[in-house]
Design a protein around this ligand. Structure first.
Ligand SMILES: *Cc1c(COP(=O)(O)O)cnc(C)c1O
Length: 389
């Protein structure tokens, strides 16, 4: 290599899980070793311990570990007695699992639009979705809201809508566990809140995991039964048809160590997000790359830091990649445009915001250990990629 050649800086990580391991890796390894020693791999003592810590953390009376965030939603729907042919209002701009669980139970997801600035459910579109479903002769039972990228949805409006129309609410908090809206913590919203511990989520384990939260003792009892094949008091007299969906003891042991630093990590994530917003404004990019808008009443977990960019989004992402800056597009196709979901009803005359967002969103590297210098490099590269530097 010629001495005067400039070495490109090594690529950044999109989510740096190793940085967290450097902090608590020893504790996690010891926790894993303890489980290997006692050998109670299914519903071992760490599961109950983690569940009680979770419920203390978020304030929900009941917190139940399950196998993943998709099962958490699925069990919530079964516990709320969703029947085949009934309808549920869901946002189109979300991860597939939110609508998948509805369709999987033979029910009908009715797709609703989101707001351009928060990416979350548009309350006006909920009304349009309800009217659309009724025109098609469907019985709407409830709403699944999503706190996309970590920010709680507009629950004042969503809850008022649900109450006025006698609908239940499931809050899909797969990306927002740990967030707050006003003085309310995510986990206590809706009849049921669900979350995911997929490794890349803000509170992630080392595999699949999820949880269901509720204050309702009878829903809690039903979910505890459903996750173990519909068990009754006698293990071999199943009282309902259930599934096998438990949180592994190993994952619970890992999560106990991660939960201990989670509040601190949420603070760090918010610092990273504030710095991004400041650097983007400093570089004069704010017109071409709009930073996500946070409601001042909300604290987000910043599962993703998602911009909307002008111009050829995919070309911008490719130019960033050349400079060692990984980005991601969540989500390139709204659900109502995907092959499996195309035939389901949509609110109003289509979902223009979801469609536009799918063409303009771009998520930047985000994790609690992202250094200020690396963030400056991300934003400078973005300016270059947008042709403004
Ligand atoms: C990740 C995610 C899920 C599903 O969680 P898994 O644990 O991967 O099953 C559901 N909804 C949303 C919004 C998600 O981001």
């Amino acid at each position: 290599m010629a001495p005067d050649s400039v070495q490109p800086a090594p690529p950044l990580a999109f989510i740096d899980l190793q940085a967290q391991r450097a902090r608590i890796g020893d504790k996690v390894d010891q926790a894993i070793a303890r489980v290997l020693d006692h050998g109670r791999y299914i519903m071992g003592p760490e599961v109950a311990a983690f569940e009680s810590q979770l419920s203390e953390f978020c304030g929900a009376t009941h917190a139940m570990g399950v196998a993943n965030g998709t099962d958490a939603l699925s069990l919530a729907l079964v516990a709320l007695d969703l029947r085949p042919g009934e309808a549920v209002l869901v946002p189109s701009f979300t991860f597939a699992a939110t609508a998948e669980v509805v369709a999987y139970h033979g029910a009908i997801p009715v797709f609703v639009d989101v707001l351009a600035d928060s990416f979350n459910l548009d309350p006006n579109s909920l009304q349009a979705g309800l009217e659309q479903a009724r025109r098609q002769g469907l019985t709407v039972r409830g709403v699944i809201s999503v706190d996309l990228f970590g920010q709680p949805a507009d629950y004042a409006a969503i809850e008022a809508f649900c109450q006025a129309n006698d609908l239940w609410l499931i809050s899909d908090a797969a990306q927002s566990f740990g967030a707050r809206t006003g003085d309310r913590k995510v986990g206590t919203i809706g009849q049921i809140t669900t979350t995911s511990f997929f490794p890349a989520k803000p509170l992630g384990c080392y595999g699949d995991g999820g949880a269901v939260f509720t204050d309702d003792p009878s829903l809690a009892e039903t979910i505890k039964s459903l996750r173990v094949h519909g068990k009754g008091t006698d293990k071999y007299d199943n009282v309902r048809v259930g599934v096998n969906s438990r949180l592994d003891t190993l994952q619970a042991a890992i999560l106990i160590e991660k939960l201990a630093i989670f509040e601190d990590e949420i603070t760090a994530r918010n610092k990273v997000a504030d710095r991004y917003a400041a650097i983007i404004a400093d570089v004069g990019l704010a017109e071409r790359a709009r930073a996500p808008k946070l409601d001042p009443a909300n604290i987000s977990t910043w599962a993703q830091y998602t911009l909307t960019v002008d111009g050829e989004r995919d070309a911008v992402a490719a130019r960033l990649k050349e400079r060692g800056i990984p980005t991601a597009v969540y989500y390139p196709l709204p659900l109502h445009r995907q092959t499996a979901y195309r035939e389901f009803p949509v609110a109003g005359n289509g979902l223009p915001v979801s469609e536009r967002l799918s063409e303009t969103v771009l998520s930047l590297p985000m994790h609690p250990y992202l250094a200020e210098g690396d963030q400056a490099r991300v934003v400078e590269s973005l300016a270059a990629a947008l042709g403004t530097a």
